[in-house]
Design a protein around this ligand. Structure first.
Ligand SMILES: Cc1ncc(C[n+]2csc(CCOP(=O)(O)OP(=O)(O)O)c2C)c(N)n1
Ligand SMILES: CC(=O)[C@@H](O)[C@H](O)COP(=O)(O)O
Ligand SMILES: [Mg+2]
Length: 591
């Protein structure tokens, strides 16, 4: 039974309580998060770990006047619940519901939109400098950042700048020694030593950057947090509070299996046990086809390297990290570094598979151009989570990759239609290419149970005819082909015969011979991609038609030129008119 939580709608209600009542609020808030996430799913461990910190922050600071920025924002469920969204929290990450991340349009307490990591220090510093310029020297600006996120380049850039300002900035390091997977790197080792007091004060790297350092303190001790905030509020300039927490705090399984309970799916709210999934009869996830195939290829090719920026589990590179620890690297949340590191290794004759979620490669665009493509270094980019990713929403959809990569010279771009094609292109790339390649594949599972076929080399730049027709040709790229196949199969026979379906496979180089054949034989062309229509695959086909003066009617299906929010992938496909039923409607309207 909730004693306090029901009485709290906004932080001002929280502030009416006595400090000694806050631990009970923490207990109720934890139970509430667990209860909802057990059935609605989402990021669990990070939010459970900062329950006390969240309460203490809103209790001690005058939010939303004082500005609080959460890094990544996957730990901000408690913040959402305490800032007016308790009654809609059950809609978290659901279509038309609230976002799983802080979002400015959702609440004045969400001071900055997040989802990608390591932006909080720069954003809060920007706000703090702006307050100084506005003559508001009382306002507090707080960035809460995790131990994995603070090791990223952007966070260092923010710290480096902040240290030479008089900005009223408080950086709170929420140190739980883990990202999604265990944190890595020299900074992690430093923080581990700092926690047990092994580092003498003069070696404090945060103080060396001109921050007023406080800590480390127990982040589950509300009194300790409140005391620290009172001290730091009255200090001028940049301040740093090092807080130690346990990810998953308060749910035994989430504490014991922090990787799994980062975002565990459905579970029993009382026991914490994961609800059983009937995985046995399902096709594999694309990420596992990547991860397991890479191990096979690494056995054959001693010069094969695997790299992930902080996503060994999500990308399944963990398989190679286990099998070949010397040749597989988790470099932390460092996408730019991951790309240039790959380029450096490629200069020395290594075949580097650099696996980055499509959305996070956006961080390393210049590195792809300047360090890889310009130098024709044959790095193999494996872009997982391409296309619409579902409940993570606008910050995480991998829908821009085809458009932003297509503009880069020297880069091959491939999207497998299914698991077997992914396996074959990985094999092809492992044999050595003369140019870099981006292989983009979606979140989730394909359709093929027996994907472990013999290796076969693919011909670069070759598309395939999947079905011949005579009136309308559908040109698809990647796994969205399955929606097209389903749409065609749901047509009446007389309509079905009119439709041809071609999988171009390569956005670059395009299969020009196949395209000439298509344009000569069909008067209507539909292109379809699970990426933005602005500058993507469809645009490439339009440019081709234009260049060769083909007069066919061309219709481009894809993600419209707007940010797509969260929801199940199927729901979002439908909204973007990419579901098989919407494709069928489109075909019927054109026939
Ligand atoms: C630029 C970027 N790369 C990767 C991710 C994926 N990601 C989300 S949370 C996370 C780990 C964050 O760890 P930490 O900062 O320690 O926070 P915690 O989960 O421990 O609270 C990662 C790698 C991301 N959101 N943004
Ligand atoms: C918050 C964040 O960026 C990650 O936790 C992301 O949600 C992982 O996505 P997947 O679940 O697709 O691995
Ligand atoms: Mg962490």
């Amino acid at each position: 039974m909730s004693k306090f939580l029901n009485t709290i709608n906004l932080p001002e209600d929280l502030r009416k309580l006595q400090p000694n009542e806050l631990p009970q609020v923490a207990k109720e808030l934890r139970e509430f998060i667990i209860e909802i996430i057990a059935t609605k799913e989402g990021h669990l461990g990070a939010s459970l770990g900062v329950v006390e910190l969240t309460i203490a922050l809103h209790y001690s600071f005058n939010t939303p006047k004082d500005l609080l920025v959460w890094d990544v924002g996957h730990q901000a469920y408690g913040h959402k619940i305490l800032t007016g969204r308790k009654n809609v929290f059950h809609t978290n990450r659901q279509i038309d519901g609230i976002s799983g991340f802080p979002k400015r349009s959702e609440s004045s307490y969400d001071t900055f939109g997040v989802g990608h990591s390591s932006t909080s220090i720069s954003a809060a510093l920007g706000m703090a400098i702006a307050s100084n310029l506005n003559g508001d020297f009382k306002k507090q600006h707080i960035a809460v950042i995790g131990d994995a996120s603070i090791a990223s380049g952007m966070a260092f850039e923010g710290l480096n700048h902040a240290g030479v300002t008089d900005a009223n900035l408080l950086v709170i390091l929420n140190d739980n020694a883990i990202g999604i997977d265990p944190s890595v790197g020299a900074l992690k080792n430093y923080l581990t030593r700092a926690k047990v007091g092994q580092k003498p004060k003069q070696d404090n790297i945060i103080e060396a950057l001109n921050f007023n350092y406080h800590g480390p303190i127990d982040g589950h001790d509300i009194n300790a947090l409140l005391n620290a905030f009172e001290i730091l509020k009255n200090k001028k300039g940049p301040k740093f509070l090092h807080v130690i927490t346990t990810k998953g705090k308060g749910l035994r399984q989430a504490e014991e299996n922090q990787v799994k309970y980062h975002a565990p799916g459905k579970f029993d709210k009382l026991t914490g046990d994961l609800l059983p999934k009937d995985d046995a009869i399902l096709p594999p996830k694309f990420q596992d086809v990547f991860g397991l195939t890479l191990v096979e290829l690494a056995k054959k090719n001693k010069k094969l390297i695997g790299i992930t920026p902080a996503m060994p589990t999500g990308s399944s590179l963990k398989n190679m990290m286990k099998a070949f620890p010397d040749r597989a690297f988790d470099v932390g949340i460092a996408e730019q570094h991951a790309v240039t590191l790959s380029a450096g290794m490629a200069t020395q004759g290594f075949t580097v598979f650099c696996n980055i979620y499509s959305t996070f490669l956006q961080r390393a665009y210049d590195q792809v151009i300047h360090d890889v493509a310009l130098q024709k270094l044959p790095v193999v980019f494996c872009l997982d989570r391409s296309g619409l990713v579902g409940e993570d929403g606008a910050t995480h959809h991998g829908v821009f990759d085809l458009a932003y990569l297509r503009a880069i010279p020297n880069l091959i771009i491939f999207a497998p239609r299914n698991e077997i094609e992914l396996r074959q292109i990985l094999y092809t790339a492992s044999l050595g290419l003369s140019l870099p390649i981006a292989i983009r594949y979606p979140r989730g599972r394909g359709n093929i149970l027996n994907w472990k076929t013999d290796f076969k080399k693919l011909q670069i730049g070759k598309g395939v005819e999947l079905k011949r027709g005579n009136t309308i040709a559908i040109l698809s790229i990647g796994a969205i082909a399955s929606q097209v196949t389903e749409a065609i199969s749901n047509l009446k026979d007389e309509h079905m015969a009119a439709i041809g379906h071609y999988d171009l496979r390569f956005v670059k180089p395009l299969d020009e011979q196949l395209l000439h054949n298509i344009f000569k034989n069909y008067n209507t062309i539909i292109t379809i991609e699970d990426g933005t229509i602005s500058g993507g695959f469809g645009s490439a086909i339009l440019e081709f038609a234009n260049m060769h003066s083909y007069k066919a009617t061309i219709k481009i299906l894809g993600v419209p030129d707007s940010f797509i929010h969260h929801g199940k992938i199927e729901e979002l496909y439908d909204r973007c008119e990419l579901s098989s039923s919407k494709i069928k409607d489109c075909l019927l309207s054109l026939l």
